[in-house]
Every structure is written in structure tokens, then in C-alpha cells.
Ligand binder design. Structure first.
Ligand code: S3P
Length: 169
């Protein structure tokens, strides 16, 4: 894996990952999409029918396989909150890039979202508490943090690309 994107739900991991992979002429791998393909069910269906623990088990199995592939990996917002996943992410040696959005931007992005089972029953307070709880889990493993608020997905991609090039020089 050339780079791994982490961050809270709605932070742009999938969009930026796709752009970055296009730019670097490599594959984009979206962990949630792989889980959906493997399970033959949407994320909401997996949570509703089998529960979060089952989703996390699938997520870990598929993460372990995905990390062996070349490309840019967009993780799910909860991926780095599981210690075994953190070990897998760190042992891959790929640079970990955290897309960090402000509370306001996160609320704006997620307020009408119905596709994410973890937040569908949360009010604004609950959402921000979950985000707060995850902050240190993202911070701990990030090699690069990008504050995304005033940036477009293209600008975020460009910053990551330049950082990757500088790093390898
Ligand atoms: C989750 C985030 C989702 C998805 C699942 C759980 C989380 O991915 O993996 O709904 O725990 O934050 P996105 O961050 O792409 O929404």
C-alpha cells in the first residue's frame, strides 16, 4: 500500500483516496466497498442483521488482505479504533494520513446521512462525543494530518501528493 487514509465519517477519505490513486496512477481501495462486496450486503444491512461485532470481524479480515495490495487505501472511520487493526495498519509501513475535519464541517456533512448505522440514532451531541473519543486514536497513528475544512478534495489530494513526493526524495 502506498498510503492509507484515516479519519472520521464524512471527512472525505473515499473521494480524496480516489483522486490520489488517479493522480498516482495506482488502484484505489475502499475498505467499506470491499466489505460490501465480500458480504453481498450493504454496511447498514450487515449492522442490522449481524451487529457491529460481526462487521468489525469482517473489517479486520478484509483490512489484512487489502494491506497486501498496491494502491491507496481509504479506511472506514472506525478502522483505527480497534487495536488489532492499528497493529495491522502500523505493520504495513505505509504512510498514514489523517483527514481531520472540524466539528462544524462534520455536522454539516453528516446531518442528513442515513447510510451510516453508527450515527443514525445519535443526536449532534452524541456525534461530537464519538468524534472526540476517536481524535486521539487517529492522532496517535497519523504520519501526516490535513485539516480539511478550507480545502477542496483536489487541494487535499495535491497536499498529500506533494508530501509523499518530498518524503521519498
Ligand atoms: C464506521 C464508518 C463507516 C463504516 C461503518 C462504521 C465507523 O465508514 O465503516 O459504518 O465506525 O466510523 P466511513 O468512515 O467511510 O463512513
Amino acid at each position: 500500500m502506498q498510503a492509507i487514509l484515516i479519519g472520521f465519517m464524512g471527512s472525505g477519505k473515499t473521494t480524496v483516496g480516489r483522486l490520489l490513486a488517479e493522480q498516482l496512477k495506482t488502484k484505489h481501495i475502499d475498505l467499506d466497498n470491499l466489505i460490501v462486496e465480500e458480504a453481498g450486503q450493504s454496511i447498514s444491512e450487515i449492522f442490522a442483521k449481524h451487529g457491529e461485532a460481526h462487521f468489525r470481524k469482517l473489517e479486520q479480515q478484509i483490512l489484512s488482505k487489502a494491506l497486501k495490495l498496491p494502491g491507496i487505501l481509504s479506511t472506514g472511520g472506525g478502522t483505527p479504533t480497534i487495536p488489532a487493526n492499528v497493529s495491522l495498519l502500523l505493520s504495513s509501513k505505509a504512510p498514514i494520513i489523517w483527514l481531520a475535519a472540524s466539528n462544524q464541517a462534520t455536522i454539516n456533512h453528516l446531518k442528513n446521512d442515513t447510510s451510516r448505522p453508527l450515527i443514525k440514532d445519535l443526536n449532534q451531541d452524541g456525534l461530537l462525543k464519538l468524534k472526540e473519543k476517536r481524535f486521539s486514536q487517529y492522532e496517535k497513528i497519523a504520519d501526516l494530518t490535513i485539516k480539511t475544512d478550507s480545502l477542496t478534495p483536489l487541494q487535499i489530494m495535491q497536499q498529500i501528493k506533494e508530501w509523499l513526493l518530498r518524503k521519498d526524495r
